[in-house]
Every structure is written in C-alpha cells, then in structure tokens.
Design a binder for this molecule. Sequence first.
Ligand code: ATP
Ligand code: MG
Length: 264
Amino acid sequence: MLWTRCFVIDMKELLSIENLTVAAGSKLLVDQVSFDVPKGKIVAIAGGSGSGKTTIGLSILRLLASPLSIRQGSIFFEGRNLLELSDEEIRRCRGARIGVVFQEPLSAFDPLFTIGRQLDETLVAHTKMSKQERYKKILGILSEVELSNPQRAYESYPHQLSGGMRQRAMVAQAMVCGPSLIIADEPTSSLDVTLQVKIAGILDSLKKKDVSVLLISHDLGMISHVADEVIILCQGKMVEQGPARQVIDSPRHEYTRQLVLATM
Ligand SMILES: Nc1ncnc2c1ncn2[C@@H]1O[C@H](COP(=O)(O)OP(=O)(O)OP(=O)(O)O)[C@@H](O)[C@H]1O
Ligand SMILES: [Mg+2]
C-alpha cells in the first residue's frame, strides 16, 4: 500500500529538473534552473533569443556538444537521472520515451528517404512490431496529425510536402513510438497562423493521451493558449514561473512584462 502511494507520488512529475547549470567555458548559459513537467501537462519555456531555451532541451536529450557542458544538476525522467544513464541507455530513451520536434523539419528529415520509411525506421529501432503493424501504426499517426491523405504523406519525400505538412510529419515522428514526453522546440515559428493553430491543437490533444510536452517557444500567444505552466528565462536564469495565463496576463517581473509587450 505504502509502496503504491510512493509510486503514484513519484510518477506525478514525469520530468524533474533540479539546479541545471550549463556552461561554455566560464560563461553560464543556463544558471541553476529547476522545474517539473507533470504527467499529461504542457509546460512552456519562454524567453528572448539566446536565453538558453534550446540549451535546456538539448541537455535533457544529452545532445549538448562541446564547448557546452552540464556543470551541475539532475534531470529525473520516469524516475531515473538522465545524466547518469549510459550512452546506450540514453539513445534508447531518445525517440522512444522522449520524442522531439525541431524548429526546421527539413533538416530533421533525410531528403533521400520517404516520410513513411523514416517513421518506419524509428519504429524498427525502438519496437518489436511486425512490418504490417508498423505500417498501420504510421498511417494512424499521420492521420492523427491531420494529414488528410496519410497514404500520400507516407509515400512522399520531405521536399514533396508543404512546410506545414512537414512540420506535422515531424510531430508524427515524435509521437510514433508512444513517448511519455515530447520536447517541441519552436514547433510553429516557420508556419502561418492557421497552421500554428493546428499544431497547437495537436499538442493540446496529446494531453488527453497523458503525454507531456515541454514547449520551447517565444510565442507567448500560443503559450497562453495551450500551456498549463510557463517558465520565463532571461540570460539563463528563471525569472518567473507559474500558470501560463496568469503569468502572461499579469506578469510580476519586469523582464516578463517586456517580453509580453514585445511579442503579443
Ligand atoms: N556552441 C556554443 N558555444 C558557445 N555558446 C553557445 C553555443 N551554443 C549556444 N551558445 C550560447 O548559449 C546561449 C543560449 O543559446 P540557446 O540556443 O539555448 O538560446 P535560445 O533561448 O534557444 O535562443 P533562440 O530563441 O534564438 O533559439 C546563447 O547565448 C548562445 O550564444
Ligand atoms: Mg532556440
């Protein structure tokens, strides 16, 4: 009984970042950042260009490249500190338990292979599904991200899709293995307003499946629309944190006020 209680409490926070500090040489790019992403919630990180948003996302994925390195902190995900996993363990986690949506889907997809084949490769790498099961799963996911002709999207090469369709295919790629967390770094910044609304709707629908999203964005309009919580970052430091609507509608910190004025 006691064990069940502890388990439930632990699992409430899917991702828990404590005192994360990232530096390049003597320069601190992320300074003692702590926050949680609960199960089935959308938590956004907002802040000006260069404030360290992407660096936090890359730290979670353990994809920081030299000269950037994590100086301090812990990143607990599904009960394990990601910073202590072996390279093989983190590779298995990426793509399977943590899906990623990058800003520019053209660079994320290989131009030489169809979207279907690339999604299939992700499933081959992380699951034991049969070819037929994988095909069915991929068509299902492509239609979930509202690609009206999933079969056509499956057979298309990345350049044959429009920017908005590619971005949705990227979300499908992030979702295909059924991750519990999706990190979406500026998923809508290259899209027009209609498509931004569509992507926001897709992110919102993930919550119903108990998937959590770490949304990295400077778009406070979208954040106030879809995110449960927001963290405001200024030069690597958290300056404000709270329910997204509340923080954006009545910011307490001067930097947040300026950000709201500049972006909404
Ligand atoms: N390879 C690197 N070497 C040195 N400094 C770096 C490197 N990569 C990033 N930085 C610095 O780290 C800081 C944070 O960068 P990051 O990309 O995380 O910002 P961001 O908030 O995602 O910005 P944007 O909104 O423009 O995407 C910036 O000051 C940037 O110059
Ligand atoms: Mg960035």
